[in-house]
Write a protein that binds this ligand. Structure first.
Ligand code: ADP
Ligand code: MG
Length: 596
């Protein structure tokens, strides 16, 4: 085989390569995709110097016959049926029969492959698009492709490559994504002889994640499986438990029809669903598979980047947001102690609960979910569990503590600001102040959702004088405020009398509270949704009066606080986005101590 043949379209290949193979990781992606398409159950990736000097992809897929092997290196040669219409299908990513010739045109390229039923394999060597050699070789069924000295013949492209560690990080990250997308395929990734990761074929996604990212991350995830019969969308996979956040979004992985995809639409939908459920500025780890009709996805974007556009972006966003929101709401509900509903003493409180029921969001994804899941979003109002604190003097919803065994058991109070709990999932450190704020906040919001929140008359009406602008602000909101459990009357120019306050507000705090509220109303008076403004202002102010480090809270009160927290709609963060508790799971302890 001494004849040297110049493959057709050599220049075209180099141009295509320059356009779409931006960096070594693009080569790895294309070759691994081919291996997956070839039905491989085992794929090995080896690379050196961030893939710049050497990449090897080996698979046990169906391989190619000698003719197919040669053909695969011709431009637009593809064994995958492709008609014009298919080009819009997400399953036709990539180069459309250009990957192998393009890669071979800008590297020292070796293909070795053997198909079932052939006694020997075929080895083809190409350098910068020139066929150097083709011969028989001995090998098992499957394909090995080696790509050395990438972009050697294209110095301009080489210049744009990043440092070895950066390119390495890209390859590592992307091969992990492939491994996640295909748990049933065994993967091994080596960098310069060192194993980066290795995972046998896994039964399921959780095992695969545990193999690659560690058991403790895998244990922090809950399953998602939601489909919408109307659109045919389906979302499956694993997503962070409420409260679990990470400092980067690297573990927020989205796949569309099993291909890892960068999608702002999906990313934002997921982050939105976690709003208020994890600390601000943190990202939920999640591995989410969206199944969608191929025609609904537009892949007519740069092929080297895994970006897609959805035909109906809004619908996809709403579906994903709704699916995760429902999954998280169900998980939060499941974590609540299985207590019988506590008896409520006041008629008003009981009515709050009843009237709230129909408003609870349906778990069905077909139902549109309010886009923002902050404290002011849709309500699934849990039965309020009372909490005794030292700072709220009066509380009509105060009722005897729940009788059922609590799922969190207080071990001790620490440093006057924490409660340490033994829970079914692990050890929990509760931040008393943040938790107290959350509980108060939701309790107040709840009473404000009701048209007539419980109110208490003051024995001696409290006079209050305001400066003109403040007076004006109060006057223009007076009806609204009075509809929220206050009774404030004007009885002279800039003079008012507080006759009654909402049940949750201690009478001695009434004046300061009204003054603060007026200030807030003045600051944010431009808003249209005045009603919401009032109760949000009220709730935020109210929590400012919550537990402080030097207040003394009894062990019983802290136990009750925890129980009340677990009935909250978004128990993991304070109204200001701070975490309310931190957990170290039992499996994490096991991991730290090591198995017996
Ligand atoms: P495409 O994947 O778009 O068809 P490629 O240039 O990536 O284009 O591959 C060309 C053809 O080579 C494929 O259609 C397939 O028939 C064959 N091929 C490539 N890689 C492999 C592999 N690892 N195992 C078996 N066949 C392969
Ligand atoms: Mg391909």
């Amino acid at each position: 085989m001494s004849s040297i043949r110049i493959l057709s379209d050599r220049v075209a290949n180099q141009i295509a390569a320059g356009e779409v193979i931006e960096r070594p990781v693009a080569v790895v992606k294309e070759l691994v995709e081919n291996s997956i398409d070839a039905g491989a159950t085992r794929i090995e990736v080896e690379f050196r110097n961030g893939g710049k000097s050497y990449i090897r992809i080996e698979d046990n897929g169906k391989g190619m016959s000698p003719d197919e092997a040669l053909l695969s290196l011709e431009r637009h040669a593809t064994s995958k049926i492709r008609e014009a219409a298919d080009l819009n299908e997400v399953s036709s990513f990539g180069f459309r029969g250009e990957a192998l010739p393009s890669i071979a045109s800008v590297s020292r390229f070796t293909l070795r492959t053997r198909a079932e039923g052939w006694e020997h394999g075929t080895e083809i060597k190409i350098n910068g698009g020139k066929l150097l050699d083709k011969k028989d070789c001995g090998m098992p069924v499957g394909t090995v492709i080696e790509v050395a000295q990438l972009f050697n013949s294209v110095p301009a492209r080489r210049k744009f490559l990043k440092t070895d560690p950066t390119e390495t990080a890209h390859i590592t990250y992307n091969t992990r994504l492939f491994a996640v997308a295909h748990p049933q395929i065994a993967f091994r990734v080596l960098e310069g002889g060192r194993t980066v990761f290795q995972s046998p074929a896994c039964e399921n996604l959780r095992d695969r994640i545990a193999e690659i990212w560690g058991r403790s991350l895998a244990d922090d995830l809950i399953p998602v499986d939601v489909s919408d019969p109307k659109t045919g969308y389906r979302l499956t996979g694993l997503t962070a438990k409420p409260g679990v956040g990470r400092s980067t979004r690297r573990e927020l992985v989205t796949l569309v029809n099993r291909r890892p995809i960068d999608s702002r639409t999906l990313g934002f939908a997921v982050l939105d669903a976690y709003h208020g459920r994890i600390q601000k500025g943190r990202y939920p780890p999640a591995f989410l598979f969206l199944e969608i009709q191929p025609q609904e996805v537009d892949v007519n974007v740069h092929p080297a980047k895994r970006e897609v556009r959805f035909r109906n972006d809004g619908a996809v966003r709403r579906f994903v947001l709704g699916a995760i929101t429902d999954t998280l709401a169900a998980a939060t509900a499941a974590e609540r102690p299985q207590a019988e509903a506590p008896k409520l003493e006041t008629k008003t409180a009981a009515r709050v609960v009843e009237s709230a029921r129909p408003a609870a969001p349906s778990p069905s994804p077909a139902v549109a979910v309010t886009p923002k899941s902050g404290p002011s979003a849709t309500i699934s109002i849990p039965t309020p569990t009372p909490v005794a604190t030292t700072t709220t003097a009066t509380n009509t919803t105060l009722a005897p503590a729940t009788k059922a065994t609590p799922s969190w058991r207080l071990i001790t109070l620490l440093k006057k600001q924490y409660g340490l709990f033994d829970t079914p999932r692990g050890l929990v450190m509760l931040h008393i102040r943040h938790a107290d704020q959350r509980v108060r906040f939701e309790r107040i919001l709840k009473s404000y959702k009701d048209s007539a929140p419980p109110s208490q008359g003051l024995l001696i009406p409290h006079p209050i004088q305001l400066e003109p602008l403040a007076s004006e602000a109060l006057l223009s909101h007076l009806d609204l405020i009075n509809a929220q459990g206050f009774e404030i009357e004007e009885f002279g120019r800039h003079f008012y009398r507080i006759e009654a306050v909402p049940a949750w507000l201690a009478p001695e705090q009434a004046e300061g509270f009204v003054r603060d509220m007026v200030d807030l109303l003045r600051q944010r008076g431009g808003s249209r949704k005045q009603n919401e403004l009032v109760w949000e202002a009220v709730a935020k102010l109210a929590v400012e009066g919550s537990y402080r480090r030097n207040d003394l809270m009894s062990a019983l009160a802290v136990q009750q606080l925890a129980e009340a927290l677990l009935t909250c709609e978004t128990p993991h963060t304070s109204p200001f986005g701070k975490p309310t508790f931190n957990e170290i799971s039992w499996s994490e302890w096991e991991r730290r101590f090591g198995k017996e």
